[in-house]
Structures are given as C-alpha cells and as structure tokens.
Design a binder for this molecule. Structure first.
Ligand SMILES: *[C@@H]1O[C@H](CO)[C@@H](O)[C@H](O)[C@H]1NC(C)=O
Ligand SMILES: *[C@@H]1O[C@H](CO)[C@@H](O)[C@H](O)[C@H]1NC(C)=O
Ligand SMILES: *[C@@H]1O[C@H](CO)[C@@H](O)[C@H](O)[C@H]1NC(C)=O
Ligand SMILES: *[C@@H]1O[C@H](CO)[C@@H](O)[C@H](O)[C@H]1NC(C)=O
Ligand SMILES: *[C@@H]1O[C@H](CO)[C@@H](O)[C@H](O)[C@H]1NC(C)=O
Ligand SMILES: *[C@@H]1O[C@H](CO)[C@@H](O)[C@H](O)[C@H]1NC(C)=O
Ligand SMILES: *[C@@H]1O[C@H](CO)[C@@H](O)[C@H](O)[C@H]1NC(C)=O
Ligand SMILES: *[C@@H]1O[C@H](CO)[C@@H](O)[C@H](O)[C@H]1NC(C)=O
Ligand SMILES: *[C@@H]1O[C@H](CO)[C@@H](O)[C@H](O)[C@H]1NC(C)=O
Ligand SMILES: *[C@@H]1O[C@H](CO)[C@@H](O)[C@H](O)[C@H]1NC(C)=O
Length: 735
C-alpha cells in the first residue's frame, strides 16, 4: 500500500519551436480534492457476480462519508484491469491506500504530447512486399494521442472491402458529428466532448503509422508525393487522451484499459515525460505492461529533451522506445542578400517571394520602446522601425515580427536539420551564417534581402539522430539500453487537421492545410508502430518481445551525430529496417514472468511489483542485481566503475525463426578497452522455434570515465542478428 507524491515534470512532444518545459511540485499542504488513480491490479478471474463499478463506489463511500460517491467517481477501469479515477483529498487518499483491495493510489500526472519520403528512405517503396489486404486489414493500430480528423483522405476506406475484423470489440464514440468507416474503425475520447482533431498532432501520428495511400499531397507545393503509412490496409482506432499538449494520466490509463479490451494489435503513443518517473507511478509504463501481458506491443516516443545525456524518459524494457533521425530529403530555405550572396537555412517557409529585395531593419527596432536585448531577440519590436522590413532575431521568434508587420525574419538557430513551419517568410540560419548576414549589414548603407520559399534538397549525411531526440543512458535501469531504435522524425509530411493551422497558432496564422510538416520523436514513434504492424502482418503469432527483437537486431547501425555524441545513446540499435525486420533469423523472446523476475532482481519488493503487474508476491528468493543482465533483451548494457576490475556476464537465449536447419556463428566487434567472450561461438538448429542459449562475458579495467561500445552478430550468412554492447564506465554502482 503506497501513496506516492511526485514531482510532475512534462514536455510537449510536437513541433519543436514551441517546446515547453514545465515542472510543478505537488503541493501537499493544499487539501482540495484532486484527481487520483486508485489502481486495484488485475480483474478477478470469474466476474459473474462481480461488478467493478459498485465495488469502486463502495470503496469511495467508505472514505467520503455522507456524500454521494457517484459525484466523486470520475471513471471506472474495468475492462483490462481493475481500478478507478476519483477526486480525492490527501486524507481520503491515505485511507484508500490502506484498504486491502487497493494496490496503490497516485495522482493523475499530466503528460504532454510530443511522410511522403520517409517510407521510401526506409526501403519500403509503394510496391513493397506485403501481405494480401485481407490479412493486413485484420490488424488494428491503436493510436493514443490528441485526436483525429476522420474525414482526412489518409483515413478514407475507398479500397476496403473486408468487414471490420471479428475480434474487434471497440466502438465509434468520437462525439457529435464523428463518423468512423472501415479504415478508422474506432474512436473514444476521455477529455473534452469529441475525438475530432483541432490541433493536428493526432491525425499526423495516425497517418504515419497506418494511413491509406493519398497521391499528390504537399505542403504548399513543398515535399510533394504520395502520403502513406507502413501498412495502408491496417485499421486505426483513435483514443483521445490529450487536450492541446496536455495528456492526463487518468485518461491515459482509461485509454489503455479500453484499447487492450477493444482488440488493438499495436499501441502507438507519442506522449511522454521530460524525465523518467518511477515505474510504479507512470500510467504509460503500467498500461504498457498490461498491454504486453495481453500480447500487445506498445511503441513510445523517446522524448525531445536531447542532446542532454540521460534525457530519455521512456525506460521500461517492455516499451519500444523510439529516437528520431533525419531522412535524405531535407527542407531548406534561402535568403538572397543585396550583394547577391545566398545563405541557406532550415525552416519550412510556405511564402512565395514577390522577387523584390526589401530593406533589412537597422538596429532591429531597438528604440525607446524596446530595450536592445529584447529587440535583438525579437520579443519586443518597434512597429515604426520594422514595418515592411526584414528583422534579425538572435532567438527563434516568429510571432512578434509577424504581429508587428515585418516582411520577414532571419533568425539564429543552433539546431541543425530541424525545420519549423514559420508564420511569415523566415530563414533560420546556423550561427556562422547568421554572423555573415550581420557583417553584410555592416558593409552597406542600404542592406536588403529577399527570402525565398522553402524547397527540398538532398541530405547525403542522413540518417543522423536529431539534436532534439532524447539520449541515453537509462538512469533508472542502466542494464537496459534506451532508446531502443531510431526512425525518421524530422520534417515529416502527414495528415493534419484543417481547422488547426500549421503553426498551431490560431491567432497569427490563418492557413488551413490537410497535410503538414512536423518534427519530433512524436513522428518517429508511429513509424516504428507501423513497422511493428508490418512485422505482425507476416508473423501474427509473435509476442511483443519477438517483434521488438526482430526490429532491433535487423536495424541499420548509424553514425554519430557529433564528436560529443555517444552514438548508441542516440539511436539504440540503429535505424529500423522494415524489410529486414520481417526475416530476422533469430529472436530474443521475453515473457511476462521474465519481466517480473527482472523487477525482483532490480530490488523491487513484492508490493512495488504488484503496483505494475498486479501479481501477488511474485519474487522468489533474494534479489540479485547481477541477474538483471540476464533479461533476454536484444541489446547488452551495463554500468561499471572506472579503475575497478570487472567481469560481468549476460545470459541469453535465441529462438530460431529463420530456416529449420541452420547454423549461426558469432562475430564480436573488438574493442581494445575490454575483453569480450561469447560461449558457445556456434549455434546449430535442427528445427524452427528451437531455443539455444549462450553467454556473453565482458571483463577488464577501464582507467577513465567513458563509454565502451562493441557489438555481436550471429550470422548464418543469410541473416545477421546484431546486438550492440554498451558499457557505461562512470560513477556507476554495478557489480
Ligand atoms: C460535421 O463535420 C464536417 C467536417 O468538419 C462539417 O463539414 C459539417 O458541417 C459538420 N456538421 C455538423 C452538423 O456540425
Ligand atoms: C559591425 O561594425 C561595428 C563597427 O564598425 C563593429 O563593432 C562590429 O563588430 C561589426 N559587426 C560585425 C558583425 O561585423
Ligand atoms: C491570411 O492573412 C493574409 C494576411 O496576413 C491575407 O493576405 C490572406 O488573404 C489571408 N488568407 C485567408 C485564407 O484568409
Ligand atoms: C482539404 O480537403 C478537403 C476535402 O476533405 C477539400 O475540400 C479542401 O479543399 C482541402 N484543402 C486544401 C487546402 O487542399
Ligand atoms: C515475496 O514474496 C515471497 C512469497 O511470500 C517471499 O518468499 C519473498 O521473500 C518476497 N520477496 C520480496 C522481495 O519481498
Ligand atoms: C570471470 O569470472 C569467471 C568466474 O566467475 C572466470 O571463470 C573467468 O575466467 C573470469 N574472466 C576473466 C577474464 O577474468
Ligand atoms: C563468464 O562469466 C560467468 C559468470 O561470471 C562464469 O561462470 C563463466 O565461467 C565465464 N565464462 C568465461 C568464458 O569467462
Ligand atoms: C542440415 O544442413 C547440413 C549442413 O548445411 C547438412 O549437412 C544436413 O544434411 C542438413 N540436414 C537436413 C536434415 O537437411
Ligand atoms: C523456446 O522458448 C520459448 C520462450 O522462452 C518457449 O515458449 C518455447 O516453448 C521454447 N521452445 C521450445 C521448442 O522449447
Ligand atoms: C585511475 O587510476 C589512475 C592510476 O592510478 C589514475 O591516474 C586515474 O586518475 C584514475 N581514474 C579515475 C577515473 O579515477
């Protein structure tokens, strides 16, 4: 029985120009009733005479006294697990937490939300190998997000002839004037009064995962092509859990409860925290555990808090945590200076130039009205000085120049490869180029410039992890490498809500679009959700861990984004490779009991584990931290101390899913810092689904703080089953 008070930190995982960081400590002195989740674990096996709702009301009645408990019960969870959400004072929380049927009571934390080319870049052309429509259309992708625009062309059911799959137990309850079809087969909302998208984020993510083919889409002519998801014939069910960028824990919990019972195959959730929460109070972690136990893989965005080390907030081993990378189609825009020099920036500017060079505002609106610093950052501009001119901003800010009537803006941006959809003609330049335009202004009496509309260019350095993408190591469980894998998440064109605007600014922007460009791990997550669905269409009986293993061990290794970057902490196993993932050869499987055993070895006691899995007293024997490394994860990670001799061991078992009669030999990428042995080095299989075990030992003594990288590859010459090994030599505490 635990009542945990948390620090609530959150980040919005959407367009990066508007990334907000908020962090509010829970105020314990104020005892107004607040929304809490009362978690009661699994539902009873036999439910004939059991009514969860009356049980919930009964428990509530015991703590609220004379009032009508129905007025305080916000929602009952009764489809996939047991519990309820209610408005409770601290005193009532304490009483409930003591009750026998109650596993835990915790505040409803507020989380925040976080393609025309990307599928080709991933090697899945329009004519890629797929299962027949009748098989693909048996799969349902559950998207837990802001909401959806049901009339979007990406969700049309033109070519859907098969009826909704028999297993589907969901419903279309999107609110007034919300109709589903054979593509968008389900909708529910837990906040507001409709699942209709007024923001754009939810339509965007759903169409990346499983949107239908739509030819000739573009953003004001930019990035034209065919929009499509990974599995255009799969169905979509939308669960609205976010209001604008805020996603309440109570709503997230309800959506997991429904989605699992409705019969979704894969859950995609582009929502997360800024920092990892403790596992037992994170509704996404608990919801995903319940989903995993029912055979549903959950793919989550890694977060947009990079490149800070340990910024990855998606850390649980049963989640598939996705980083974001660039694709080879870059979106650039240019500014042409009065002296003919052309500078190239990285914003998404839809405004066509009239071909004239306009004056650059001298002194940038620095007047009595605006102090120099605010004028330089464009937070305060003097209308008389900037009207009709181009302003220079040291910081990204397009609302102020737009509002004050500037003709355009050139901003200083130290984030390469990230495109923002801009409110007015705007070029975001890297610092060196920004200095060049400053010296041009110095060199002439009448500085002028012309800002050109964005165009596409080829990026030969792709894929690279985006700067914003959250990085490892995993501070909660150093034995689990996070993020797991990377996928495209920069400048992705996908479906949008026509009643939003491309900047989500409803005051200063009046553009309506059906397709828009967004960046974030919010966009990379549904790519991997789509790939998981693609794998599942070929292997419907594979467990969530087997699907994840297939995606990780077949991913394409990437190169570091900068000299300061630890590559694997940016992209995990590499960029997901959908076609290779269909045929991985071997998989590292994990079942529910293995995860529970890992939690026991991690030092979680029986009560804490019950908070996550609902199991009673699952731990046998004493916790052994060194055995956490034996979780059958498809990657290898550990944290050790510098200057201390170590000798650590990872036990693994692989299952043959390639050719019945096959032999695999291991190759280790050597690293002079450590000694790595694999025993045995040869695995011979006689049948499909046969298991073989091996041990990887890493030993040595590393004199300084560093990260030691290696990898092993099991190969039968047809399949290459690759796993990175990442040893974090730091102030670690591992044996
Ligand atoms: C229903 O939604 C569609 C699409 O936005 C809109 O065109 C139509 O006017 C709406 N009808 C009502 C009755 O609100
Ligand atoms: C512009 O000129 C001023 C004065 O001549 C000088 O102090 C400043 O460094 C110059 N700025 C740039 C960016 O060249
Ligand atoms: C949007 O606003 C611009 C001026 O900022 C105006 O020229 C344009 O006509 C408006 N478009 C619509 C669709 O109202
Ligand atoms: C968006 O799609 C609707 C039909 O769903 C169409 O009427 C409208 O013209 C489209 N808007 C744009 C900007 O293409
Ligand atoms: C968990 O419960 C089992 C069974 O009662 C007991 O043997 C074990 O010691 C407990 N372990 C922990 C870590 O609480
Ligand atoms: C690691 O420890 C095991 C025994 O625990 C031993 O057999 C092995 O030789 C050691 N390896 C190294 C390189 O020290
Ligand atoms: C690997 O480590 C384990 C546990 O420390 C040990 O039992 C085994 O002998 C080691 N194997 C090798 C080849 O060092
Ligand atoms: C299995 O493969 C080996 C070597 O590739 C071959 O010698 C053997 O005959 C094969 N066995 C069967 C049953 O196909
Ligand atoms: C291989 O291991 C998996 C999971 O650990 C198990 O379900 C399966 O039965 C094993 N296969 C065989 C042939 O024993
Ligand atoms: C490791 O030991 C060496 C030699 O004793 C010493 O110079 C170095 O500072 C130590 N490194 C750390 C990280 O303690």
């Amino acid at each position: 029985m635990t009542n945990l008070n948390l620090v609530v930190c959150s980040v919005m995982i959407t367009t990066l120009a508007f990334t907000l960081f908020t962090c509010d400590a829970n105020n314990n002195n104020d005892d107004n009733p607040k929304l809490h989740i009362v978690y009661m674990g699994s539902l009873p096996e036999t439910t004939n005479s059991y009514s969860p709702t009356s049980h919930h009301l009964n428990l509530l009645q015991q703590v609220i006294g004379d009032s009508n408990p129905a007025n305080f019960l916000v929602r009952s969870y009764k489809r996939s697990f047991n519990g309820f959400a209610a408005l409770l004072t601290n005193e009532q929380v304490a009483k409930l937490a003591e009750m026998e049927d109650v596993v835990s009571v915790f505040p409803s934390i507020t989380f925040q939300t976080q393609t025309t080319r990307s599928w080709d870049f991933l090697g899945v052309p329009k004519a890629a190998r797929r299962q027949p429509k009748s098989i693909e259309s048996n799969l349902v992708v559950g998207v837990l997000d802001s909401r959806i625009w049901p009339e979007s062309e990406s969700f049309n059911d033109k070519d859907f002839t098969d009826p909704v799959p028999k297993k589907w137990k969901g419903t279309c309850a999107g609110g007034k004037n919300f109709t589903c079809n054979k593509k968008l087969i389900g909708a529910r909302f837990y906040i507001d009064d409709s699942a209709r998208d007024r923001v754009g984020h939810g339509s965007h993510t759903a169409s990346i995962a499983a949107g239908n083919y739509v030819d000739n889409v573009a953003f004001f002519g930019i990035a034209q092509g065919t929009a499509r998801g990974a599995v255009p014939s799969a169905r979509i069910a939308a669960y609205k859990i976010c209001k604008e960028q805020d996603c309440a824990g109570a709503a997230i919990f309800a959506a997991f409860d429904d989605a699992i019972a409705d019969g979704v195959d894969i859950i995609s959730i582009s929502v997360g925290n800024t920092f990892p929460q403790s596992l037992e109070t994170d509704t996404i972690v608990i919801g995903a555990f319940q989903a995993m136990a029912k055979g549903v893989l959950v793919s989550q965005s890694a977060g947009n808090s990079g490149p800070l080390p340990s910024s990855v907030a998606s850390v649980a081993p049963w989640l598939l945590s996705v980083a974001a990378n660039t694709i080879d189609r870059q979106i650039v825009d240019k500014v042409v200076l009065g002296n003919g020099k052309v500078l190239t920036g990285n914003s998404v500017n839809s405004f066509k130039s009239n071909g004239k060079k306009v004056p650059i505002a001298l002194g940038n609106g620095n007047s009595n009205e605006c102090p120099k610093e605010s004028a330089d950052q464009c937070t305060c501009l003097d209308r008389n000085l900037v009207k009709g001119k181009i302003v220079l901003c040291d910081k990204f800010n397009d609302a102020a120049p737009k509002f004050i009537g500037a003709a355009g803006a050139v901003v200083n941006l130290d984030t390469a490869n990230v495109g923002y959809v801009t409110l007015l003609p705007l070029v975001a330049l890297l610092p060196n180029d920004f200095e060049l335009i400053k010296s041009y202004i110095n060199s002439t009496k009448d500085p002028r410039a012309e800002i050109l509309k964005s165009e596409v260019a080829r990026d030969r350095n792709a894929p690279k992890v985006a700067k914003f993408s959250s990085r490892g190591p995993n501070i909660l469980i150093p034995e689990i490498l996070k993020p797991d894998v990377s996928a495209p998440g920069v400048n992705i064109l996908a479906a949008y809500s026509p009643i939003s605007t491309p900047t989500e600014d409803l005051v200063n922007d009046n553009r309506s679009v059906n397709y828009s460009i967004m960046s974030g791990t919010s966009m990379s997550c549904p790519h991997v959700s789509g790939i998981a669905t693609y794998v599942k269409s070929f292997h419907p009986d594979w467990s969530p861990a087997a699907i994840k293993s297939a995606i990780l061990t077949s991913a394409t290794p990437m190169v570091r984004s900068s000299v300061h970057d630890v590559g694997e902490y940016g992209y995990g196993s590499g960029q997901a490779n959908p076609v290779q993932a269909l045929n991985p050869g071997l998989v590292y499987d994990i079942n529910k009991g293995d995860y529970v055993q890992m939690l026991c070895n991690l030092g979680y006691d029986n009560d804490s584990i019950k908070l996550i899995s609902g199991d009673v007293n699952p731990c046998k024997g004493a916790a052994d931290r060194s055995l956490v490394r034996n979780l059958n994860y498809p990657t290898f990670a550990a944290r050790i101390l510098p200057n201390v001799t170590f000798n650590i061991s990872f036990g693994r078992t692989v299952t043959n899913v390639g050719l019945a009669n096959s032999s695999y030999r291991v190759t280790v990428t050597p690293n002079p810092e450590v000694k790595i042995t694999v025993t045995p080095t040869f695995l011979s299989f006689k049948a499909l689904n046969e298991n073989k075990s091996f041990v990887v030992n890493v030993s040595g003594k590393v004199p300084r703080k560093s990260v030691v990288i290696s990898s092993i590859i099991w190969s039968d010459r047809t399949h290459n089953v690759r796993s990175p090994i990442v040893i974090d030599v730091s102030s670690g505490d591992q044996k």
